[in-house]
Design a protein around this ligand. Structure first.
Ligand SMILES: [Zn+2]
Length: 290
């Protein structure tokens, strides 16, 4: 039997459906992915990775870093590094997360940050630095990567929406074995360094947080000068994420420019050379594994 086709269905303009469902879709989409103001620029941005996911993922990545390099065993040094780090994190634009600062037991000259606030400096880099202002410059740079969400953003870009939803499920189930592809990605990203643009953003943060924390902001520029000198030595001796991109010469130029803009001459800023030496004097020689 065939039903007579009636005119019961009134013609509804297509645009009505488009508008209705598009707005519904957008509401659901924004609900799922979140939208927030960027901590530094203040611009609204869509976020696929929530802060909670960023912290959980960062924690798993940090664990991988610790498994790889080990923690340098010196509670007093850790207390000191943490004190400097917290001072800098407190003046950053992102305070809703907890920052941790760990010294890794490797002669490699390096510092890096896992998303969500997990900052690492190696005993190799501490051996190279002269004072607390230089340490502050390096750590403020790493805090800058966290504040800018550089790691989380790269993850969003590389894995896309569906994979990020999967990541959410994995994190909810706490299935850590499945997290590997994400933590491996972040781990290599941390070791190799971010894009040129991201590194300049973090360098800028390095100057700003140092200054706001009461440190001589020339510390980071001093450190880059050291890197430049190190780059002339055999590469096997200095495997460092700061080496390749952007070129150290460019970073020095940019940092010098920021320093001219911030005007800090005459301000009471510390370098704390003696204090730094006191806590780092027992660090083993570069080649030593212990
Ligand atoms: Zn960096």
């Amino acid at each position: 039997m065939r039903f007579k086709e009636g005119n019961s269905m009134k013609k509804v303009p297509v645009t009505f459906f488009v508008k209705k469902y598009l707005s519904l879709f957008l509401v659901v989409f924004v609900f799922l992915v979140g939208c927030a103001a960027h901590p530094v620029t203040g611009k609204r941005e869509i976020r696929l990775v929530s802060t909670k996911q960023e912290v959980d993922l960062g924690k798993a990545t940090a664990q991988q870093v610790v498994n790889e390099f080990g923690i340098y065993d010196d509670p007093k040094l850790h207390e000191y590094i943490n004190e400097v780090g917290q001072k800098l994190a407190n003046v950053s634009e992102r305070k809703e997360i907890t920052y941790s600062f760990t010294v890794l037991n490797t002669p490699m000259v390096n510092a890096f940050a896992a998303p969500g606030g997990f900052i690492f400096v190696t005993r190799g880099i501490l051996k190279e630095l002269d004072d607390e202002a230089q340490l502050a410059g390096v750590m403020a740079h790493e805090i800058g990567h966290v504040v800018w969400r550089h790691g989380a953003k790269r993850l969003e870009k590389a894995f896309g929406y569906s994979a990020i939803v999967l990541l959410g499920e994995i994190l909810t189930k706490k299935d850590l074995s499945q997290l590997r592809q994400y933590t491996n990605f972040l781990f290599s990203l941390m070791l190799l360094g971010y894009s040129r643009k991201n590194e300049f953003e973090a360098d800028n943060a390095g100057v700003r947080y140092s200054l706001a924390g009461g440190y001589d902001p020339r510390g980071i520029a001093d450190f880059f000068e050291k890197l430049k000198a190190m780059e002339k030595k055999p590469p096997s001796k200095f495997e460092t994420l700061f080496r390749s991109h952007p070129p150290t010469g460019d970073r020095i130029e940019r940092v010098e420019l920021y320093l001219e803009q911030v005007e800090f001459e005459g301000a009471e800023l510390v370098r704390n050379e003696e204090k730094f030496k006191k806590f780092t004097q027992n660090l083993p020689a570069e080649e030593s594994q212990k």
